[in-house]
Design a protein around this ligand. Structure first.
Ligand code: F6R
Length: 597
């Protein structure tokens, strides 16, 4: 969702720093952008609709040492320059950027209007600088006024406020993430200063030392020092400085045209990195699953499909029952929870609001939470009782690719550990990693590019699978929908005859995801049912069968087949987007980190 980035420190090009950094948050999804910097004691604001990638950051290298910037994903009010952030106070000394929703903004706006405040936008955000200003009129200093204002807001949010007269930034959060990048001269950095951002790539170029602002906390900084405190009590909250292991190169797209393709290619190594776990910890966690009276795998979207696949892993490999739920539905499961339940949440970003909500539901029942995440230090990682990282490296394309295969690998490893076959699981996954390395060669990619070209005009595409390939069929549909906007749907092969087969016409493209496993003959029969109704069959399978019009060869990966079968579909989705003239990194209406419920 919205991206926030601010800087205060010794650098004299704060405007440029924040615009450049904001470009690294583009993947979060947005429709307009804006920046405010303090130049000679006055706020200079620029905002516009559209993409920030074409904006020349250098034109913002003003004589400024403090600035805030924002990419907006519209919620309240249309996509217009006026609605873009930052928003200013009546006297123009306070600028605010905001992620989240001020649910009671209507009442606050009315109250402020009665006190002479005028509003330029249709946003909920604009009440924030006005309310801070009003609190200052009643005697609070800037930081105290931000605190008092925040306590009046309903809903989950992160804000960053700039006050020109005191040259101060104040940030507060009750939901969406905010991370501080610390650049200290004493640590040998060229410039003293603080970067405050929704995500690490914004400032990774400047520093790898971070401090996390937690929910219910605020911070105040003038560039020389920083103070964290409890948003409610004002009590100081000392913070550790943590060094991030990501490199700038990992977070860049290098020679690739799009992050999505770069991240698909990263899977040559990332699956193997996911397997690199502390064995003792995996065994302990497997034991916790065994001991739990009810294990619930909970996630959203693509991560949710990894959980659905894991249900089959646990059944087939470990003969152990687990429950799977969409995080947005989990609230309704609370009757099943006790302190002996275990919630396993899976999230790439570690910030997904629905997942955090599910964790809170479980914690209210004193159930334990295991988080499988990619982003180290994310809110989900910090709030869970135990955390496993998938080590995929930064994933910036909105469409999740390498995070999914990392999640599948870790879940498969746990299923093997639960079955007392950890080493077997490791070997299987290392082999799958090597297979992916072989698959992603130029010839294979070219074949998929050509296939995408042949089917790019088709408006409907169906994908079938059985067992763990069924969630992969659902995932295939997500991938194709979100980047190419083709109407794609995934089904369990056996469900076709109960309704969906009515959709099949002469030439309808249908993809069958198949493995050499106990359900192979069933899914081949379902494929024949499609073929008999005129479908054009694209078989993703280790072996070729007559029923296929197109055969996409995949290696035989045994119980890791879901991981290898999804790879060609990711590539196909990518090229469908490109051939249809869409930017796969910026799907419409979507955001990378979904921090609203
Ligand atoms: C689709 C996609 C989403 C995410 C979902 C959960 O490609 O990426 O469906 O999987 O929004 O996000 P995380 O994993 O960050 O919790």
């Amino acid at each position: 969702m919205c991206g926030i980035f601010g800087y205060v420190g010794a650098r004299k090009d704060a405007g440029m720093v924040v615009i450049e950094g904001l470009k690294n948050l583009e993947y979060r999804g947005y429709d307009s952008w804006g920046v405010a910097s303090s130049v000679a004691g006055k706020l200079v604001v620029s905002k516009d609709t559209g993409k920030i990638s074409g904006v020349d950051a250098k034109s913002f290298s003003d004589e400024s040492t403090i600035a805030i910037a924002h990419t907006r994903w519209a919620t309240h009010g249309g996509v217009t320059p006026k609605n873009a952030h930052p928003h200013l106070s009546e006297d123009g000394t306070i600028a605010v950027v905001h992620n989240g929703i001020v649910e009671n903004y209507r009442e606050l706006k009315e109250w402020l209007s009665e006190r002479g405040h005028t509003f330029m936008s249709e946003t909920d955000t604009e009440v924030i600088p006005h309310l801070i200003e009003e609190e200052m009129k009643s005697g609070s200093d800037f930081a105290a006024a931000v605190r008092r204002a925040c306590l009046k807001f309903e809903g989950r949010f992160a804000i960053l406020a700039l006050h020109t007269p005191t040259h101060t930034l104040v940030a507060a959060r009750t939901g969406s993430p905010l991370i501080v990048g610390v650049s200290k001269k004493s640590d040998g950095n060229a410039e003293q200063g603080y970067f405050i951002a929704s995500d690490i790539p914004a400032f990774l170029k400047h520093t790898r030392i971070v401090q996390y602002l937690d929910d219910g906390e605020m911070l105040v900084t003038d560039g020389e020092s920083i103070l964290f405190s409890d948003l409610h009590t004002g009590e100081e909250r000392p913070k550790r400085e943590i060094e991030i292991t990501w490199t700038v190169e990992q977070a860049e797209k290098g020679d690739f045209e799009h992050y999505m393709m770069k991240e698909i290619m990263d899977q040559k190594e990332s699956v193997v990195r996911a397997v690199n776990q502390d064995e003792a910890q995996i065994m302990t966690l497997a034991q916790s699953i065994r001991d739990a009276q009810g294990t619930f795998l909970v996630a959203c979207g693509t991560a949710g499909k990894a959980c659905m696949a894991a249900e089959y892993f646990f059944s087939v490999i470990a003969r152990h029952h687990v429950n799977v739920a969409a995080a947005s539905e989990f609230k309704l499961y609370h009757h099943f929870l006790t302190e002996k339940s275990l919630l396993v949440v899976v999230s790439q970003s570690g910030e997904t609001a629905d997942v955090l909500e599910a964790m809170r539901v479980a914690k209210a029942k004193r159930a334990k939470v295991l988080a499988i995440v990619n982003v180290e230090g994310s809110t989900i990682a910090r709030e869970a009782d135990y955390t496993l990282r998938i080590n995929a490296g930064p994933e910036r394309a909105v469409a999740s690719t390498k995070a999914l295969t990392g999640q599948l690998a870790v879940l498969l490893l746990i299923a093997h550990a639960l079955a007392g076959k950890l080493q077997e699981g490791k070997t299987l996954l290392l082999e799958a990693g090597a297979m992916i390395n072989d698959m992603l060669n130029p010839r294979y990619i070219e074949r998929l590019r050509k296939l995408a070209d042949r089917i790019k005009e088709d408006e409907d595409l169906y994908i079938i699978g059985k067992s763990w390939n069924y969630p992969m069929a659902l995932e295939s549909a997500i991938k194709i929908q979100e980047v190419s906007y083709v109407h794609a749907e995934g089904f369990a092969g056996g469900e076709l005859k109960h309704g969906p087969i009515a959709l099949i016409e002469e030439g309808t493209p249908c993809i069958a995801l198949i493995g050499k496993d106990e359900v192979m003959s069933d899914i081949l029969s379902n494929t024949m049912e499609l073929k008999a109704r005129g479908a054009t069959i694209i078989g993703v399978c280790p072996d070729r069968y007559d029923v296929f019009d197109e055969w996409i060869k995949v290696p035989d990966a045994g119980t890791a087949q879901a991981i290898v079968n999804i790879i060609p579909i990711q590539v196909l989705a990518y090229f469908l987007a490109v051939h249809r003239g869409k930017n796969p990194d910026m799907p419409r209406n979507l955001a990378k980190s979904v921090t609203v419920k």
